[in-house]
Design a protein around this ligand. Structure first.
Ligand SMILES: [Zn+2]
Length: 377
């Protein structure tokens, strides 16, 4: 009985520490009294929780409030650099990496032109490059939460296996294959899921459910359920919604998937030129290129209309093509969606444009580690 009592006390202390930390993390700075009032615990409990968090290096005393008299209240803040996380995005032709602090600020980033191959030589080169990047950072191994790798593939629930990756042709490859060459704890995440997580993190205007669509070389997209609760419909595959059963063959084996009409790759193939030239022509009024672009936007509008028949919510548009498109393109897309929608009481479709574009997968991968850390503090 006595032992249970001791354990319970430790658990209560841990819960209080977590509540103090979470409040301080959200508020950025606060006094003891502000914390005590906000989370409804006593001042001595807040003081002891803060002492424990300071001892762990997670919180600092960062000054005093201006006061007209009496004792000045001390200000406490979270140490953004108490932990860092590394996010990596694997693409067919290159790898991108980023290091972020506990607030998701970018500390450093890099990329490497390295074509994906499901071969030991590739994993070895990748591991060496990641290890070098991390070792060059001015942070200790103890600060590093690990390396989360975002890739174009679905991951098993236990995080150990890539269960489907037709793009990278690495179905069945395990997390341990990566871990073998990387000196830090490795985890894997589906790129679209990571990107959606980053979109939610870096903006405060997602107040309800939303759909994220990434206009990347390969199309991607997923549901975001709930505003900032970080709940995602795992492994969303909207790119394989059929737009035309007699359409072009998709890499998944079906015909006429959204991927074959709305991916940047499909657009580039039809355009027969690089995007800077193509969009210069589109925005300059070239009739062939404008026609192709409008046809692309029509297909994207059809996909969005299909999704709206299940859930009418805001759409976050992100991905690689954002580099080239402007607000008038988004307005045309919105008009097409509204024309297609038979339920006029749905109102005008709401688009939110990504602020992080194609950096979203690597940032989201790193943020996944940060979220896990905060949740388990
Ligand atoms: Zn498909």
């Amino acid at each position: 009985m006595e032992k249970t009592g001791v354990l319970t006390l430790i658990e209560v202390k841990k819960i209080n520490q977590k509540r103090v930390y979470e409040f301080l993390y959200r508020q950025k700075t606060a006094s003891k009294l502000e914390i005590a009032n906000a989370i409804n615990v006593s001042l001595p409990t807040v003081a002891s929780s803060l002492n424990a968090l300071i001892a762990q290096g997670l919180v600092s005393n960062c000054g005093v409030y201006d006061s007209t008299g009496g004792r000045k209240a001390q200000i406490f803040c979270c140490n953004a650099l108490a932990r860092i996380a590394i996010g990596v995005e694997l693409l067919k032709e290159r790898v991108q990496i980023v290091a972020v602090d506990l607030y998701g600020n970018t500390l450093d980033e890099d990329f490497l032109e390295l074509g994906f191959e499901n071969e030991a030589s590739y994993y070895s080169k990748l591991g060496e490059w990641i290890n070098q990047f991390v070792k060059a950072l001015p942070y200790t191994d103890e600060q590093n939460l690990g390396v989360c790798i975002s890739l174009q593939g679905l991951i098993s629930d236990d995080g150990e296996t890539i269960t489907y990756s037709e793009i990278l042709k690495c179905t069945g490859v395990s997390r341990s294959t990566y871990q073998k060459y990387i000196d830090y704890p490795v985890s894997l995440v589906h790129d679209t899921e990571a990107a959606a997580q980053a979109e939610v993190w870096y903006r405060d205007d997602i107040t309800d459910d939303a759909v994220y669509i990434a206009l990347n070389r390969n199309l991607g997209g997923t549901l975001i359920l709930g505003n900032r609760s970080d709940t995602f419909k795992r492994n969303g595959l909207i790119e394989h919604i059929t737009l035309d059963p007699d359409g072009p063959l998709c890499y998944c084996g079906k015909q006429g998937c959204a991927e074959t009409f709305c991916s940047a790759n499909s657009l580039k193939e039809k355009a027969g030129m690089e995007f800077p030239e193509f969009f210069k022509k589109v925005h300059g009024g070239d009739s062939r290129c404008s026609k192709l672009w409008k046809s692309y936007l029509h297909c994207l509008a059809r996909l969005i209309d299909d999704i709206r028949m299940i859930i009418n919510c805001d759409f976050i548009i992100g991905g690689y093509l954002l580099r080239y498109i402007n607000q008038s393109d988004i307005d045309i897309l919105a008009d097409y969606v509204d024309e297609l929608c038979v339920y006029k009481d749905y109102g005008k479709v709401g688009f939110k444009i990504s602020k992080i574009g194609d950096k979203a997968p690597k940032l989201g991968a790193a943020l996944r580690l940060i979220n896990d850390f905060i949740a388990n503090i």
